[in-house]
Design a protein around this ligand. Structure first.
Ligand SMILES: Cc1cc2nc3c(=O)[nH]c(=O)nc-3n(C[C@H](O)[C@H](O)[C@H](O)COP(=O)(O)OP(=O)(O)OC[C@H]3O[C@@H](n4cnc5c(N)ncnc54)[C@H](O)[C@@H]3O)c2cc1C
Length: 331
């Protein structure tokens, strides 16, 4: 099948890091297209309403565009607007709501197969993040409609029994927000305590709300099954049915390994199932196919984030092209 269109490079994923890669490559004078299965910065679109980033704005900047905010830490909405303005300011070619399915061809002559066609490119950058595949509970009832792996906002849950599963930042923030908005919150925690990795300004707030009884927390708890109106758990004191009109399983996410396999990227057998890439160049086992951003960490989803992942862009772009002003491509 003939490709619809041809570019020097295709970036898969229009997240902050994918956009950073595209603009670095485009500024070096080559053609680039960013393909995303959803909206621009689709992961951020899926974050909770008014979520406050833990990073200060200058650490989220890409392409040298200043990120002025009214607050010390930007909100999701600030970041959505910022990255939209960067993409528009750089006039990036975007193909949104177009899912990448596979990568065919040979080095220097790749074809990206999508739900809408085929794109030819010499170089590929995979910046697909980890927000699309939740770590599932693996228990009966997890497919019921009142359970979600994504938390948005508390307002639909006033006066309702809400179970939050998890003990890291996302679960902690959701439990606090839900309780403050008038939901009756039970936090189910697998370990014996709230994770030490919860940010230092969130953890004491949560511990104090648990201590005063505003949030009920059950520790060392195993989820057995999800029912229509309860979560069945095993606690150190025996089995319990925890009432639940709504359940948020905020148990983390992982890269889409099915996609990585379809792109021909080997994944290591280490504990983090790290997608194979040279740690200095970010080139994968497929020559001319690079990996950038949070996907590089595999299951270790706290290894890379926007703050440090955005720097992959310059590293990758510098390898594709000679310094600005010189025409020669190094490949
Ligand atoms: C709730 C939350 C808060 C966070 N806060 C911060 C913070 O304050 N500071 C910080 O530095 N980091 C933060 N992070 C971590 C991380 O930096 C972000 O997840 C960030 O979005 C990662 O950027 P990325 O470009 O690598 O991936 P993403 O932003 O996840 O972008 C990946 C893109 O790839 C697309 N995609 C996936 N599969 C396909 C496919 N088959 N075809 C086409 N497109 C595809 C997705 O739709 C998505 O748009 C946070 C993460 C979470 C979950």
């Amino acid at each position: 099948m003939t490709p619809d269109v041809s570019f020097d490079a295709v970036v898969i994923g229009a997240g902050p890091v994918g956009l950073a890669c595209a603009l670095e490559i485009q500024r070096r004078g080559l053609t680039v297209c960013v393909v995303d299965k959803g909206a621009l910065v689709n992961s951020l679109v899926g974050y909770p309403t008014n979520m406050e980033f833990f990073s200060t704005p200058e650490l989220l900047e890409i392409g040298g565009y200043p990120f002025p905010t009214a607050h010390y830490k930007p909100l999701r909405e600030d970041a959505l607007d910022y990255y939209r303005r960067v993409a528009a300011g750089e006039n990036l070619t975007l193909r949104l709501y177009e899912q990448v399915l596979a990568l065919e061809g040979t080095p220097g002559a790749y074809e990206v197969v999508t739900t809408k066609g085929r794109l030819a490119a010499r170089f590929i950058v995979v910046a697909t993040g980890f927000f699309d595949v939740p770590n599932r509970l693996g228990v009966p009832g997890e497919e019921l409609p009142h359970l979600s792996y994504y938390y948005k906002e508390p307002y639909a849950h006033v006066g309702q029994e809400v179970v939050v599963i998890g003990a890291k930042n996302s679960a902690a923030k959701a439990a606090l927000q839900l309780a403050r908005a008038g939901a009756r919150v039970t936090l189910l925690v697998r370990g014996a305590a709230i994770s030490e990795s919860v940010k230092y300004w969130i953890r004491p707030d949560l511990l104090n709300r648990i201590a005063e009884g505003r949030i009920r927390a059950l520790f060392s708890t195993t989820i057995e099954s999800i029912d229509a109106d309860a979560v069945q758990v095993l606690t150190p004191d025996g089995p319990q049915a925890v009432p639940a009109h709504f359940v948020y399983a905020l148990t983390g996410y992982q890269p889409d390994y099915r996609l990585l396999t379809a792109l021909g990227i080997d994944c290591r057998t280490d504990a983090a199932r790290t997608p194979w890439h040279n740690e200095e160049t970010f080139e994968t086992n497929r020559p001319g196919v690079y990996m950038a951003g949070t996907v590089c960490g595999g299951l270790n989803t706290s290894r890379w984030f926007i703050e440090n992942g955005r720097h992959h862009a310059a590293v990758i772009a510098a390898q594709l092209f000679a310094p600005l002003g010189e025409a020669a491509c190094v490949r």
